[in-house]
Design a protein around this ligand. Sequence first.
Ligand code: IPE
Ligand code: MG
Length: 219
Amino acid sequence: MDGNGRWAKQRMQPRAFGHRAGVKSARKILRAAHKAGVRYLTVFAFSQENWKRPELEVRLLMKLFVSTLVREAQSLHKNSVRLRFIGDHGDFSAELREQMDKAVELTATNTGLQLQVAVGYGGQWDIVQAARRVAAAGREITAEALEAQLDTSGIPSPDLLIRTGGESRISNFLLWQLAYTELYFCDTLWPEFGDTEFSAALSWFADRERRFGRVAEQA
Ligand code: IPE
Ligand code: MG
């Protein structure tokens, strides 16, 4: 969900203004995804590398996570959304972790859209922590064993990745899980990414021929 800061700057507003608009956009796209029949949605809200941002911005983002969680948890639950978090949350405040745990618990048995929020997440971190767990269990490192220990275990690999904001890079998102994902990059800044842009991404995806290494006749 990239482009909040630039969107705010275009409007001569502080970055916080962009992040707040970004939350609104996320809410809108969650609804659009649900309507489109998406079963699993994973959003990248805060990377491990984002800790390196100016302290003020990091603090602001953390406050925004807490307030958004408190505000949205009930409505997610009412809409049968199951919420999970992926990432390393060791450096988060006790208050934030408590709110996260509460929301996860509240929605744990919901069977609607499965929403993963990646916070404090890094794809390399995920692979390393999974490998450590396999090794600690004294098991052989295989693709299956590793996959079972990733933070996303139980969640299918994504069919489609959408990156807004004009950059064509993965930025340490789901490195392992994206092996055969269709990658969609668009220039729209995240606060401006709405139903129309989401539909365009889904239409683009519908035209992909997914071969998974095979030839067209087999696919
Ligand atoms: C994405 O928007 C939101 C987070 C990483 C939290 P940015 O903050 O990266 O916005 P730009 O890239 O500066 O426009
Ligand atoms: Mg950015």
